[in-house]
Ligand binder design. Structure first.
Ligand code: HEM
Length: 524
């Protein structure tokens, strides 16, 4: 017995030390480190709602959402009137905190500090002198969205981001986008044939949001990695399933060990992520080895050409990186564009005079040619104003995020390294101080004289595609797709708001009509 005593003591003390170590790590991550960050932000003059450990302000946010939905019953009159004054509907907690703390304050998602910004001048001061590569992306979202974006462009940082952006940018050149236009026309025409069949069968009410998501999904899958073969279709379906798994659940982002709150969903997302990676990996390998002889001008083809072209180490992307970029294009690209088109159809349905104006413009630009092509895009000026006005009122990307990778000085305050930033685009786009008293009216003409900023009082007040070096890489692709799809729709159909439409914009990563967008569609 005495022989075993030293071994027993050793095992026991190792166990105690290990437990103490784990406890220390947990309390450092969950308590000590956030408390230090809290004190530092407070010392620097940043105020905000008081957080409660370990949920931060999450319960306040949930309460504000519940109160908002309780105050609007489904048969409520307010559903039948469409108000574009949406900030307090989609972000009730920020609207409430703004009233007490102004346009810059701090709040907490679990144990993660966030600096909320809805003041364009503060944003300008904060970002001047910080290069694209010096911004981080909130770690808490990187972990959470890993199965969707992997280490693709949206999430990379530092020199890695520079390398990815440098390799990918040429794929989005105007010449390459022109090559993709025919894929867009093809998918849009397929959708419109389907509409004609529905209308002929006596169903003039069409949920245009569902239609746009599916068509834009097909377009982005074609333009990213080619959907023409069966594998492409499978990827597309799995990518959609993963998005729904990740964003339709209550996951307490920012709360330590939150993966154990919805373990089934976390595992499901991981499983889907792995299946998508395997499918994309085999598509890429087939292209690389020439098994699929492909002269399609999709983004993957262009990136592979780029890779083969210079072949320099560090100037190309590995197969793993290409997989992540294909996923990033899909998620970053299809829903945002589809929502821009869906909200446009709603606003045009409410303003038939703008449908007429755009139809006249399309007739002038397309002339006696049979159909729109990429060379005509630039001529559709009024359509450009409409697109900007829709992106202002219903910005599909309702926020932009950053993380400070080093201390950042703004006026006499310091934003400490590690602080996350949440830039509230919806608030700035609906701020009467920036846009005037008609801020909540649909008025595309505000972009007539000032095509870039729509007469906004501050150049950082209109940010549908973000800002600085990290601005959206797909904005020209979106513009091309938007104008092609909208021109084809307007040339063949007119539309009005269905009596069954209920106006309920809400956030599910992007800003979407949560009860669909039924319109009554008529052939011209
Ligand atoms: C209406 C359509 C779109 C909207 C509103 C939109 C909006 C945005 C926003 C707000 C950002 C963040 C910018 C920042 O952090 O400053 C972004 C980044 C990005 N977008 Fe888009 N986007 C759209 C379409 C697309 C498309 C079609 C693609 C690709 C095919 C795409 C790919 C990306 C990528 C890869 C990034 C990350 C860029 C980087 O960090 O360097 N987006 N987008």
């Amino acid at each position: 017995m005495e022989f075993f005593l030293p071994l027993y003591n050793f095992v026991l003390s190792t166990l105690v030390v290990s437990v103490l170590f784990v406890l220390w790590r947990v309390s450092f991550r969950c308590w000590i480190s956030p408390s230090r960050a809290y004190q530092k932000l407070k010392r620097n003059g940043f105020k905000g709602p008081s957080p409660v450990f370990p949920l931060g302000n999450i319960m306040d946010m949930k309460r504000a959402i519940e109160e908002g939905s309780r105050s609007v019953k489904s048969d409520d009159e307010s559903f039948n009137t469409v108000s574009h004054d949406i900030h307090s509907t989609v972000f009730p907690y920020y609207a409430c905190w703004q009233r007490s703390h102004g346009k810059v304050f701090m709040y907490w998602l679990g144990t993660e500090p966030f600096l909320y910004i809805a003041d364009p001048e503060f944003l300008k001061q904060m970002s001047s002198g910080v290069m694209g590569k010096s911004w981080g992306k909130p770690r808490v979202f990187k972990n959470d969205r890993e199965p969707m974006f992997g280490n693709g462009l949206v999430m990379t940082e530092g020199d890695e981001w520079v390398r990815h952006r440098h390799v990918i940018t040429p794929a989005f050149s105007p010449a390459n986008l022109k090559g993709m236009a025919s894929l867009m026309v093809e998918s849009a025409n397929k959708m419109l044939e389907n509409w004609t069949a529905l209308i002929n069968s006596g169903q003039p009410e069409i949920d245009v949001e569902r239609e746009m998501i599916s068509t834009a999904g097909e377009i982005i899958a074609k333009t990213s990695f080619g959907i023409s073969h069966e594998d492409g279709k499978k990827v597309f379906e799995k990518l959609r399933a993963m998005q729904i798994t990740l964003f339709k659940t209550n996951r307490f982002v920012g709360v330590p060990f939150n993966q154990f709150i919805a373990p089934k969903q976390s595992l499901e997302a991981k499983k889907l992520g792995k299946e998508i990676d395997d499918l994309l990996m085999s598509i890429i390998e087939d292209r690389k080895t020439g098994i699929v002889v492909n002269n399609q001008k999709d983004l993957l083809g262009l990136l592979l050409e780029g890779n083969g072209g210079n072949g320099k180490a560090g100037k190309s992307l590995t197969t793993r990186e290409l997989v992540d970029e294909c996923k990033t294009f899909f998620f970053g690209g299809h829903e945002t564009t589809a929502l821009a088109l869906s909200w446009t159809l709603l606003l045009l349905a409410m303003h038939p005079e703008w449908q007429d104006q755009l139809r006249d413009e399309i007739k002038q630009v397309v002339g006696d040619k049979k159909e729109i092509d990429a060379t005509m895009i630039a001529g559709l000026k009024k359509m450009g104003w409409v697109m900007n006005e829709v992106l202002r009122l219903y910005s599909p990307a309702p926020n932009v995020q950053r993380q400070a990778l080093e201390d950042i000085k703004v006026y006499d305050m310091v934003i400490p390294k590690g602080t996350n930033m949440w830039i509230d685009v919806v608030s700035m786009h609906h701020d009467p101080a920036l846009w005037g008293e008609d801020v909540n009216q649909f008025n595309p003409e505000r972009f007539k004289e000032d095509g870039l900023y729509g007469g906004c009082e501050h150049k950082m007040g209109f940010l549908p595609f973000g800002f600085g070096g990290r601005m959206c890489i797909g904005r020209n692709l979106t513009m091309t797709e938007y104008k092609i799809v909208l021109s084809l729709i307007l040339s063949k159909f007119s539309f009005s708001v269905s009596p069954s439409y209920r106006h309920s914009p809400s956030i599910l990563l992007s800003l979407r009509p949560s009860r669909g967008l039924p319109l009554i569609v008529k052939p011209l």
